[in-house]
Ligand binder design. Structure first.
Ligand SMILES: Cc1ncc(COP(=O)(O)O)c(C=O)c1O
Length: 452
């Protein structure tokens, strides 16, 4: 096992001043590597190792680390005197909101916040304000941020949730202490790809909103089945709840209009973050005017408060503008490039697994991918948790990291290709992947049913 002495020293020092040693404990999964530099498709750590990066900091870096076009646009704006004014509007925030409305089909107006969690929080609060109802539906195996409404049921062991329920809902199992019981009673997790359960919940509770990632991308890449998103749209119309697509991971990475544009289904509101600004901290909440107008209702009783000292800060706002400019250059060349590399990787991995006799479902949407050791594409969390060998996945990631290929070292976390990746990166990755999947330790951690 490789050692990372400088990383270990920095972490030990940081633990004296930061609980757990890092500012997001979602980022801590061994091996404890401290990165010191990112450039294009590469990461460098404190011990002098270089990696081809597929983690992309949980997916924002769609153009690659430190994209020069984006960085220069930000530098130019800041050197030109742009600052945070905290008074009135700015030309920049208007420009970004207009760009989002130009590309995202459901977006008739937009608000700018700092993080995906803030944006999903505000979307749900708006839905409650609009409908006058308190209950919300979330997805088992989905992730929409850290706040009380959504901090539940992500990668919960099946021993805790029990077998698949349909139609019906799962208990809210907090992934955080401190969520009031009364609040938990308002949140109804159902399985993805299960319309009957959504109907079941809607017939029992006054539902304000359903929030879902249109592809579950915090447990890899779990696609909606044909008709599922359209079915959610129809249920929203029938029961009068607000349909919110959390496109924090899917938006702009899969296309300028978000995954909703690809699927041809319009939510009422949609939330964007991550790839929209290539690593700068920003999120956008967009939607139909009749819903978004709740943030500016002339009646203070009906108005939903949306505020934030840093909303529309010029640095991330300029980064988002420049990122969208880059994404629309050459008629979407970035999407063509990343999709082509994704297809190369997919074909290569499937060839390796075929030759080794390993059951494999390589799930991919453009530049986002995940390899499951399953004989079929997972449809929901129960399917995945019941059939994918997490220990083998973890071991594979650790072995790839040892060979200079960086995936987040936690089973089922999405791989992300960027515009900065090259065919050579993919070839080197496949070489390492072939070596790793042939390791006896990996083979032994695959289930007996996959005997070769
Ligand atoms: C789909 C999705 N929604 C919301 C969030 C929360 O965004 P943030 O971490 O910027 O608060 C995340 C973060 O990973 C996410 O993946």
């Amino acid at each position: 096992m490789k050692e990372y002495p400088n990383s270990a020293r920095i972490l030990a020092e940081n633990r004296q001043y930061i609980p757990g040693g890092a500012v997001s404990l979602n980022r801590v999964a061994g091996p404890d590597i401290v990165f010191v530099r990112g450039a294009g498709s590469r990461l460098h750590d404190a011990d002098g190792n270089e990696y081809i990066d597929y983690h992309a900091a949980f997916a924002p870096h769609f153009l690659g680390h430190n994209d020069p076009y984006v960085n220069e646009a930000v530098d130019r704006a800041m050197r030109g005197g742009a600052s945070l004014y905290g008074s009135g509007t700015t030309e920049l925030e208007g420009r970004l909101a207009r760009m989002v409305c130009e590309h995202v089909p459901c977006a008739e107006s937009a608000q700018i916040l700092n993080t995906g969690s803030e944006a999903t929080y505000q979307a749900l609060r708006a839905a409650r304000g609009i409908t006058g109802r308190d209950h919300v539906i979330v997805m088992q195996g989905g992730y929409n941020g850290w706040h009380n409404d959504v901090a539940c049921n992500l990668m919960t062991p099946l021993a805790q949730i029990g077998p698949r329920i349909s139609p019906g809902e799962y208990p809210f199992l907090p992934i955080s202490a401190g969520i009031p019981k009364a609040h938990q009673a308002l949140v109804h997790p159902v399985n993805f790809n299960d319309l009957d359960s959504v109907r079941w919940v809607c017939e029992r509770y006054p539902i304000a909103a359903l929030i879902t990632e249109p592809i579950l991308q915090n447990i890899g890449v779990v696609h909606p089945q044909p008709g599922y998103l359209a079915g959610l749209r129809a249920l929203a119309d029938e029961f009068g709840f607000v349909l919110i697509f959390d496109e924090v991971k899917t938006g702009f990475r899969h296309g300028l209009g978000g995954y909703a544009a690809i699927a041809g289904v319009e939510p009422d509101m949609a939330v964007f973050g991550k790839a929209i600004a290539n690593g700068y901290p920003i999120a956008v909440l967009a939607g139909k005017r009749r819903f978004m107008d709740v943030f500016a209702d002339a009646d203070p009783v009906r108005r939903v408060l949306l505020a934030g000292t840093y909303n529309g800060h010029p640095s991330p706002t300029m980064a988002a503008i420049a990122t969208i400019e880059r994404l629309r250059m050459d008629d979407g060349a970035v999407y063509r490039h990343t999709d082509r590399l994704g297809a190369l990787l997919e074909a290569g991995v499937l060839q390796i697994t075929r030759e080794l006799g390993i059951p494999a479902a390589f799930r991919r949407q453009g530049s986002a991918f995940c390899l499951y050791f399953m004989d079929h594409a997972p449809v929901d969390w129960h399917d995945l948790a019941g059939n994918h060998p997490f220990a083998a996945d973890d071991a594979m990631r650790h072995a790839l990291i040892e060979r200079g290929i960086y995936f987040f070292p936690l089973a089922t976390k999405q791989g992300s290709i960027s515009a900065a990746h090259t065919e050579d990166d993919i070839a080197r990755t496949l070489e390492a992947w072939a070596e790793v999947l042939a390791l006896p330790a990996i083979q032994q951690s695959l289930p007996a049913s996959s005997a070769r």
